[in-house]
Design a protein around this ligand. Structure first.
Ligand SMILES: C[S@@+](CC[C@H](N)C(=O)[O-])C[C@H]1O[C@@H](n2cnc3c(N)ncnc32)[C@H](O)[C@@H]1O
Length: 444
């Protein structure tokens, strides 16, 4: 099967069947005899079309009177993406190849339509009227940077227009892949020597000692990965376990733990000395924690299927440290997961999510010993899922207080709110994913 047809099948899975892009991509690439170049082309086309969907749809609306069926629309979006953003693809190839897939999948009629729309775009692209920033900021941001309304509204609710624009732009920028070096198996220096000996280029982390940006292709099949030397993890995510600051011999509960990025980091930081209980609501996701622990040589983690909105009586007041890395909208990790843009959260959906986040925090707090610590984290941006949740918690739980985290985070990581007990990282301000991390102490 040709690259573009595979890309179409993946996008069809994502747009029509609401599949996860990575899962569909892996499944559709499996067993295909493709060159590395073709695989890269497919990935760029798939991720790019998802990332730029709102811009593409705005432009297509100039050339289409009535929206066609979703399959035709997907093929139009793919074709237009190639015309607009893939400089190496000549226009005739973008159009002819798109038309030939439509002919194969949807018939000659639809093919004529797609041909006409794409050719019309080529002829009249100079006539498209884009939204005016001074007249309609929201529409301008949505169309220029390709975001759904709920994300633009969320950021405008938290930041002024200029910062919002910077954030939307930075969330579109490709991030280099960051790895956590598993210091249980290899020191960072030794690992750098190994990379040097293999001629693999790398850059040190911006903030975290064990973070490295490494240029490895197809990492899951790479020997260094299989050996358990590395875990793919953004520095913002590593910061969570740093703020939790687990110590050897402690009992730690991680209540939303799968696939185990932070659980395994905690295990690494306490060098397998101590006990970690990892909950997750999805049994199949707990399997991922077990696989990761096995690969990384983490031996002190026990997993339990558990809904963290409830209280697990077994662990009442037992934990030195508790981590509640709650489910969230994920705005802060759009650089890695552009399909988050395809979610269509309503106000009600966000309120429901806030209720879950609050319940998880409230239940988690019951496990903390007197004098113990609770960390609340999300991979999203904005007070709605962050400050509002912790402020509500603090108001209702006078036995907890915010902890100044100035000394818990690396000196180079600047934020005005550290002394209040929390940090909101963003790719715009810090060059890492957008995480919210808050530390609380049980004082009574
Ligand atoms: C942000 S992810 C956790 C990422 C993880 N801490 C890591 O670092 O790899 C949130 C996790 O919460 C789980 N989850 C969602 N609702 C839950 C609930 N009510 N109880 C427990 N886990 C839940 C999801 O299955 C998902 O694995």
């Amino acid at each position: 099967m040709k690259a573009r047809e595979i890309a179409y099948n993946i996008l069809h899975d994502v747009f029509e069947k609401h599949a996860y892009v990575n899962i569909s991509l892996n499944a559709r690439l499996k067993g295909q005899d493709l060159k590395e170049m073709d695989k890269s082309f497919i990935k760029e086309l798939v991720f790019g079309t998802i990332e730029r969907k709102y811009t593409l749809d705005f432009i297509l609306s100039f050339f289409i009177k009535k929206s066609p069926d979703i399959k035709t629309m997907t093929l139009l979006e793919m074709g237009l993406y190639q015309l607009m953003y893939m400089d190496k693809v000549p226009s005739y190839a973008a159009i002819n190849e798109s038309v030939s897939i439509v002919k194969k999948v949807l018939g000659a009629n639809r093919a004529n339509f797609v041909n006409a729309v794409l050719r019309n775009y080529e002829r009249k692209k100079g006539e498209i009227v884009f939204p005016d920033k001074s007249k309609n900021l929201k529409k301008y941001l949505k169309v220029t940077y390709s975001y759904p309304n709920w994300i633009v509204e969320r950021l405008l609710n938290n930041y002024d227009g200029e910062i919002t624009e910077g954030l939307l732009k930075s969330l579109n920028e490709k991030s280099e892949v960051c790895y956590r070096v598993n210091t249980l198996k290899v020191s960072v220096d030794k690992f750098k020597d190994i990379l040097d000996s293999k001629g693999i280029s790398y850059k040190s982390g911006l903030y975290i000692d064990e973070a490295l940006y490494v240029d490895i292709k197809d990492v899951e099949n790479h020997e260094l990965y299989k050996e358990g030397y590395i875990y793919v993890q953004d520095e913002a995510s590593m910061l969570v376990s740093k703020v939790l600051r687990p110590e050897e011999g402690e009992f730690v509960l991680d209540v939303c733990a799968a696939p185990g990025g932070k659980t395994t980091h905690i295990g690494q930081l306490i060098e397998n000395k101590g006990e970690i209980i990892a909950f997750d609501i999805h049994p199949h996701r707990l399997e991922l924690i077990k696989e990761n622990c096995e690969r990384l040589g983490i031996t002190n983690v026990k997993t339990e299927v558990f809904d963290a909105t409830y209280v697990n009586e077994k662990y009442l007041e037992k934990a030195d440290k508790v981590l509640a890395d709650v489910p969230c909208t994920g705005i802060g990790i759009i650089r890695k997961k552009p399909d988050i843009k395809l979610k269509d959260y309503t106000k009600k959906d966000i309120e429901n999510l806030n209720e879950i986040q609050y319940k998880i925090l409230q239940s988690s707090s019951q496990y903390v010993k007197k004098g113990g610590y609770l960390v609340y984290s999300t991979c999203t941006i904005g007070k709605e899922e962050n400050q509002n949740v912790i402020n509500r918690f603090i108001k209702n739980n006078p036995n907890f207080e915010f902890v100044d985290i100035t000394n818990e985070v690396p000196k180079s990581l600047k934020s005005d709110t550290l002394s209040y007990g929390y940090i909101q990282t963003t790719p715009l301000e810090h060059g890492i994913d957008g995480f919210f991390i808050c530390k609380l102490k049980r004082i009574k």
